[in-house]
Design a protein around this ligand. Structure first.
Ligand code: AHR
Length: 324
């Protein structure tokens, strides 16, 4: 179906009400998704869930894997514009540098939906809606858990940050720091990027352990995602430490592997990030195209805390088939 015939169909849907709008839901929309890459288990699940959510709604879905590079994302967006797609989904690897390309999409009248990460406020008028969690709140949830877990005990924390320049890395740091600032006994003594990957998480944790008396001076690790924590757990074990006991852990995503670690007593807490960002984004675009319904600027997903009290083996079993 061409773009023009789609427009006619959607215009008709707007005139004939809900029954026709239901047909529009099933009509074939073409959506291009500029995905960041495959740095983490969560990212792999997001890609896989996006494909199945597209299929459920009969959406012709094109994914471009940017291999972590913003320039590849910009090229992909330009290619989607040239193909005259009906909408573009963008998971922005970093928060700056989008204005020019998003203006091109706007001029071409192609709505853009941000998935799981945000861009700088200067770009607010250049996208239709953003489907993301409150990543400052995720950091706060992690910080609150740690503050409760340590009580009055002095606690030196090492932090594994996400990708430099990513909105979620800045926000998860901000939220955690805000909570920790209220507890004089807790200090972040080292903080470095592990780029959201297992390999870098392990490498950076090894250097933290060396620098902190073989790990004796570390009370807790805060990682901006579970994959870096899984790498850090490996580093702690190789250094003869007991993760989850000698050193507490709290991270973000709730991927199956962290539940395996929690069940084994080697990790303590994780904050869930749903991999289903695309489902609500498709629904928003379908309603927008069919009926002109403008979605809220922010479609917020939940941030639930999980610990050993939440039957980690059961959660692992329920999540492991979901594309992680
Ligand atoms: O933007 C979401 C983050 O990106 C996830 O928490 C992390 O695993 C991924 O790399």
């Amino acid at each position: 179906m061409t773009r023009t015939s789609l427009k006619v169909l959607f215009a008709a849907a707007a005139l004939t009400g809900p029954a026709f709008a239901f047909n529009a839901h099933a009509a074939e929309l073409t959506v291009g998704f500029s995905q960041i890459g495959s740095e983490s288990g969560w990212r792999a699940a997001e890609t896989s869930v996006s494909k199945s959510e597209a299929k459920k709604r009969n959406v012709n879905f094109k994914i471009a894997d940017a291999q972590q590079k913003q320039e590849n994302q910009i090229k992909a967006i330009r290619s989607f514009i040239a193909q005259n797609v009906d909408a573009i989904f963008l998971a922005p690897v970093v928060s700056t540098g989008w204005d020019a390309v998003l203006k091109e999409a706007k001029e071409a009248k192609i709505p853009v939906v941000l998935l799981d990460r945000d861009i700088d406020p200067s770009g607010k008028d250049l996208y239709l809606t953003a489907v993301t969690s409150d990543s400052v709140h995720e950091g706060e949830v992690a910080g609150d858990w740690l503050a409760k877990a340590v009580g009055d005990k002095a606690c030196n924390v090492v932090e594994l940050q996400g990708t430099v320049g990513a909105s979620v890395a800045a926000n998860r740091k901000k939220g955690f720091d805000t909570v920790i600032a209220k507890h004089a006994n807790i200090k972040v003594v080292r903080s470095q990027t592990g780029d959201f990957t297992r390999a870098k998480g392990k490498e950076v944790m090894e250097s933290f352990i060396k620098a902190e008396g073989g790990g004796k001076n570390i009370c807790a690790v805060y990682a901006h995602n579970d994959d870096m924590m899984v790498g850090a757990i490996q580093a702690m074990k190789e250094a003869g430490l007991k993760p989850g006991k000698d050193i507490l852990t709290v991270s973000i995503d709730a991927v199956p592997d962290i539940f395996k670690a929690i069940a084994a007593g080697e990790a303590n807490a994780t904050v869930e990030l749903t991999p289903d960002m695309a489902g609500p984004a498709f629904d928003a675009i379908i309603a927008y195209k069919a009926k002109g319904t403008v979605p809220p600027k922010w479609i917020q997903t939940d941030s639930k805390l999980y610990t050993a009290a939440d039957d980690p083996q059961k959660v692992y079993d329920s999540k492991k088939g979901l594309g992680y």
